[in-house]
Write a protein that binds this ligand. Structure first.
Ligand SMILES: [Zn+2]
Length: 225
């Protein structure tokens, strides 16, 4: 049994939940990956490459350092481990990362258009808008660099052009909620746009309040290290 078993279990449970709820874009595929930061160490527990979550056990979850080098485990880490590591290096406040190919988030990945926060819950949990991350090949260092650059604005959800989404949280539950809220925001915005009626936006002062709160939380996390 690994000393990291608690983290491995958490990652596997999150992967199963996302898979069962269709967040990976297919129910039989493996279009996404999940990680959690290991407290007090420059390590993360991350899903292995190309395996079905219901066919693996917690010890199949890889332990890697923040340069994506395998520290413990038999399997190869997800090819997107570099993207997860880039988030943890840039954002001390982030403790869990979820990357999926969910449907409505992917709609905006195809039309290369960010999704505004149109509900209070989205503005406070995710950011004033869900920004686009520029395209680079899946698993490439360029994509990891694009993600690392984008997350500096302290938002908690992003759309990756022609690929999918990435959602962040100060714990796994918050990261999963961010992926869920992103899907709700993208779905409702997509349907609202399709009516042809102008979409009304949140007042600027609410967006300002949400930005202030997230920046404060990120600053506090930096102070704590
Ligand atoms: Zn992907």
């Amino acid at each position: 049994m690994s000393v990291y078993e608690t983290y491995q279990k958490e990652v596997l449970q999150a992967g199963l939940w996302l898979s069962e709820h269709g967040f990976f874009g297919s129910l039989r595929g493996t279009g996404g990956n999940v990680s959690v930061r290991i407290a007090g160490e420059d390590l993360m527990a991350v899903t292995p490459s190309s395996v079905k979550y219901h066919e693996i056990t917690p010890e199949d979850i890889c332990i890697v350092d923040l340069s994506s080098t395998l520290v413990e485990g038999e399997r190869a880490p997800s090819i997107e481990a570099g993207m997860h590591a880039a988030v943890y290096r840039e954002r001390p406040d982030v403790k869990a990362v979820v990357h999926t190919h969910q449907t409505y988030g992917s709609v905006f990945a195809l039309i290369n258009r960010s999704v505004p926060a149109l509900f209070d819950e989205v503005a406070f949990a995710l950011g004033e808008k869900i920004d686009m991350i520029p395209y680079a090949l899946s698993g490439s260092p360029e994509l990891a660099a694009n993600v690392g650059h984008a997350v500096r604005n302290n938002a908690n959800a992003y759309i990756i052009r022609n690929h999918g989404i990435i959602a962040l949280g100060k714990n796994m539950d918050k990261a999963l909620l961010a992926a869920e809220l992103l899907e709700k925001a993208a779905k409702t915005y997509c349907i609202a746009l399709s009516t042809g009626v102008p979409v009304v936006e949140l007042p600027d002062d609410v967006l300002e309040m949400a930005r202030g709160l997230r920046e404060y939380e990120a600053e506090e996390a930096k102070k704590k290290g």
